[in-house]
Design a protein around this ligand. Structure first.
Ligand code: UT7
Length: 321
């Protein structure tokens, strides 16, 4: 059976690291609170000259090298992001320019923290439809620029970065994907853009990221296990067969609760949020790249990816490595 395989991974993180102790110098918070409530110890923040585009291009370049794929072989570029500095052109078009992907067409997708999962599914659907054989899928975020740095309930959580995968038509790889949205719950996690005045409407001020943390927590802990179970039923595979779970890196307590609800050993749930915080659409591909490069993932391993976030959106993918 033909499917879509991840053949190369890459990631990029900003140079600057902000620790919990750094945060407690200008915010009423502590390393102890952040560590015990979230599992996060430090995160990277984009500095001058670092953007969603530069991080995406660096991650994409590394994924191409790792996948031994020439730029001219990429036919589609999908970039998941909700923190581009431009309405247009898309980040994907900028990445196309930066990496010389002259045979590709390029587009951005917006599904917040589920973005990479949705973009991977989109690439898979393009490949399965016969439209293309090889694509670059990237999650990139600079959410630090959307955050209110006086709001301790949100600003301690997020970090910036990008992760990328080259995907290619192959006989093994993605077994199946499920994805969902619930637009009626958009208000629990949102940020809004500024708009300029027009002859018929006033200017609108932008709003930094706002979140009902407990509502998102409850949503994740209930919905993610249900979504994973739906995928297992659809593929006919069992939870015991899974070698690695790469869950969106939002909060270690969410990951622990999901493992518990699924009666799965926590050791199978890979984590790097202690070092990077929540990098939204970039969290799954950054973690995949780390696991790929440090030798954790072996050919033939069964890997479960699962994301959730604003929208609300959520989804899971099961694949053999
Ligand atoms: O990609 C998806 C994005 N979002 C998420 O995944 C978020 C999911 N939610 C969460 O991770 C958790 O709800 C949070 C980490 C955001 C908050 O943890 P919590 O255990 O739900 O804390 P809480 O909101 O119930 O707040 C408990 C206390 C409050 O003080 P009082 O009212 O009990 O006096 C907060 O004001 O902790 C206080 N607090 C803080 N204290 C020190 C909130 N943030 C901080 C902070 N440092 N940074």
């Amino acid at each position: 059976m033909m499917t879509t395989r991840i053949i190369g991974t890459g990631s990029a993180l900003p140079a600057y690291t902000l620790t919990n102790d750094d945060l407690s110098k200008f915010l009423d918070t502590s390393d102890e609170w952040i560590r015990t409530r979230t599992g996060i110890r430090s995160r990277q923040l984009a500095g001058e000259g670092e953007t969603a585009v530069t991080l995406a291009a660096e991650a994409g370049k590394k994924a191409l090298e790792a996948g031994k794929t020439a730029p001219c072989e990429i036919q589609m570029v999908f970039v998941a992001t909700c923190s581009s500095e431009n309405y247009f052109p898309s980040v994907a078009c900028r990445v196309q320019e930066a990496l010389g992907l002259k045979n590709a067409s390029a587009l951005d997708l917006s599904a917040a923290c589920s973005g990479f999962l949705f973009a991977l599914h989109t690439a898979h659907a393009y490949i399965m439809s016969g439209y293309c054989d090889t694509a670059l899928v990237i999650g990139t975020e600079t959410l630090s620029r959307t955050i209110d740095w006086t709001d301790r309930s949100t600003c301690v959580l997020f970090g910036d970065g990008a992760g990328a995968c080259v995907v290619k038509k192959d006989e093994e790889g993605i077994l199946d994907v499920v994805q969902h949205s619930d637009g009626t719950r958009g208000d629990v996690l949102m940020a809004s853009a500024e708009s300029r005045p027009t002859p018929v409407s006033a200017a609108r001020k932008g709003m930094p990221l706002q979140m009902d943390g407990q509502a998102v927590f409850r949503f994740a802990v209930k919905t993610v296990p249900e979504c994973i179970q739906e995928l297992m039923d659809k593929t006919g595979r069992s939870l015991e067969e899974i070698d690695h779970v790469v869950l969106h890196q939002a909060n270690s307590r969410i990951i622990e609760a999901v493992a518990k609800r699924l009666h799965m050993p926590l050791e199978k749930f890979r984590m790097n949020l202690d070092r990077h915080g929540n990098t939204s659409a970039a969290s799954i591909p950054i973690l995949l790249d780390e696991l790929n490069r440090n030798g954790t993932l072996h050919k033939g391993d069964l890997v479960l990816l699962s994301g959730f976030g604003a929208g609300l959106t959520w989804g899971s993918a099961l694949l053999t490595w």
